[in-house]
Design a protein around this ligand. Structure first.
Ligand code: SIN
Length: 486
């Protein structure tokens, strides 16, 4: 099924210090979520293997951090070009291990590569400052210096782009990285290493450790004293544990955690556009992104029409293996994800939700789920409070602007929020009042390498992408230079 044009992109061992090395903890069987087929037997690693990677990264940091930004940029640019040249193969690996439709996988490879391109350019423009002095015999300056070795833990839902969104700014800044990708989707990560090596990224700069022992590897990456910064994308619950672990060595941290995105449709919205974007943001990656629409709020006067049109649009979605022509919804990642969706729907219907479409497992079996539309959602239902992470759209209604803002903000999460209105005053008011790191008006599409992606409240710390996304990989040093007027 893999059928790669370049079979050497299929790697199964750790990439540490520029070498392909077996881990010390046996093997991991990687399966295709669409059919359960075994697609790879990769190495499995323990804490000692991760420690070896950290030591290698610490050695490599000494020379990489002193390599001029222009030279770092050159090899990164090459890496970016090689990824684009191998887009089809990288996408095939991703669809096979993660399940998303091939067209979405191609989109992710391009999205992931864009972070490498952007930060290769950006690292040449990171400036220190000269500060007006406070005394004539002194001069005051700041330098930006690479922070050191960076530990990264990345998720299965974007097996390529969540790696490059962390590794590209880090490596561009002169840092070295040790990455633990999700054990379910290691092949995309390893293929990226193969291409990085071909591009000339020096040994020890990029290290990937494959492991199903998340806790053990997490402890190394959050507590090893040679790691200066730790960055994680995943659930809020795990993020809190990792954050606490980082306290022992006072690591700088960036966390991209869960969301509970509101999608608000006011009665003056273009309903057709609101429906189209709702489908795009709700059902992308089978609903498995942190920024997927989670709570749909529709003003009651248009609720009937919006719901009818949304139902028609959802009914058009083609559920199929990601390699099937026209596939729009692939499988959920695993059986636990399927069970979670079953549980959310059961809880909602017991409490009065109405199933307008779908509502159960799909006839294709395995991880496939029917695209589902629920109405009559109320605040006491789990589905209104938890991240759904599946192909279920859940509608609530509201009466006024102030009411919906209060309800939209009534969550511990603060990652992404969407709203639709043609009133420019309301666009400004609502965008200012929503307590979210990303606010999207009249569109459901925002992901780009040039802008910051980050959550407020319990959705995270720091931002990835844009100028902000590289800033955290530098320390600022203040140099107070005396003896000028001797
Ligand atoms: C995520 O869900 O964590 C990433 C989504 C994106 O970058 O668009």
């Amino acid at each position: 099924m893999l059928n790669l044009q370049d079979p050497t992109l299929f790697r199964t061992e750790n990439y540490i210090d520029g070498k392909w090395i077996a881990g010390s903890a046996g093997h991991i069987i990687v399966t295709n979520p669409a059919n359960g087929d075994v697609i790879a037997k990769t190495t499995n690693s323990n804490a000692a293997d991760a420690t070896v990677a950290v030591e290698a990264a610490a050695v490599a940091f000494k020379s990489w951090s002193r390599t001029p930004a222009k030279e770092r940029a050159k090899v990164m640019r090459k890496w970016y070009e090689l990824i684009l040249e191998n887009t089809e193969d990288l996408a095939r690996l991703m669809t096979t291990e993660q399940g998303k439709p091939l067209t979405e996988a191609i989109g992710e490879v391009n999205y992931g590569a864009a972070f490498i391109e952007f930060y290769a350019e950006e690292c040449k423009r990171v400036m220190g400052a000269t500060i007006p002095t406070v005394a004539n015999d002194r001069r005051l300056q700041t330098y930006k210096q690479a922070i050191g070795v960076v530990g990264c833990i990345t998720p299965w839902n974007f097996p390529n782009a969540m790696i490059t969104r962390k590794a590209a700014p880090a490596i561009a800044a002169g840092c070295t990285v040790v990455i633990k990708p999700d054990a379910g989707t290691p092949l995309s990560a390893l293929a990226l290493c193969e291409l990085a090596e071909r591009a000339g990224i020096p040994a020890g700069v990029l290290n990937v450790v494959i492991s199903s022992h998340s806790q053990a590897i997490g402890e190394v990456l959050t507590q090893h004293k040679k790691i200066s910064k730790f960055t994680f994308t995943g659930s809020t619950a795990v993020g809190k544990i990792l954050m606490a672990q980082c306290a022992s060595t006072v690591k700088k941290i960036s966390l991209e955690l869960g969301g509970n995105a509101p999608y608000i449709v006011f009665d003056d919205a273009d309903i057709g556009e609101a429906v189209t974007h709702c489908v795009a943001t709700k059902f992308r990656n089978c609903g498995q992104t942190c920024v997927c629409t989670n709570r749909i709020f529709v003003q009651s006067s248009i609720a009937e029409e919006f719901t009818k049109r949304l139902k028609e649009a959802i009914a058009e979605l083609k559920v199929a293996d990601g390699f099937t022509d026209g596939a729009m919804i692939g499988p959920l990642i695993n059986s636990a994800a399927v069970e979670k969706i079953d549980g959310l729907i059961a809880d909602a219907t017991q409490k009065g939700a109405e199933v307008l479409l779908g509502g159960g497992r799909h006839e294709l079996g395995q991880g496939f789920y029917q695209p589902t539309l629920l109405a009559n959602i109320s605040q006491d239902m789990r589905i209104a409070n938890e991240e759904i992470f599946g192909p279920v759209a859940a509608i609530q209604t509201f009466e006024t602007e102030s009411e919906v803002i209060e309800r939209a903000n009534d969550t511990v999460y603060g990652l992404a929020a969407y709203f639709f209105t043609r009133d420019i005053g309301r666009v400004m008011r609502v965008s200012e009042e929503l307590e979210y790191g990303i606010v999207c008006s009249n569109s459901g599409v925002f992901s780009t390498e040039v802008a910051p992606f980050g959550g407020w409240k319990q959705s995270g710390i720091g931002s990835e992408g844009g100028q902000e996304g590289i800033a955290d990989f530098y320390e600022t040093k203040f140099h107070s230079m005396g003896g000028i007027d001797s």
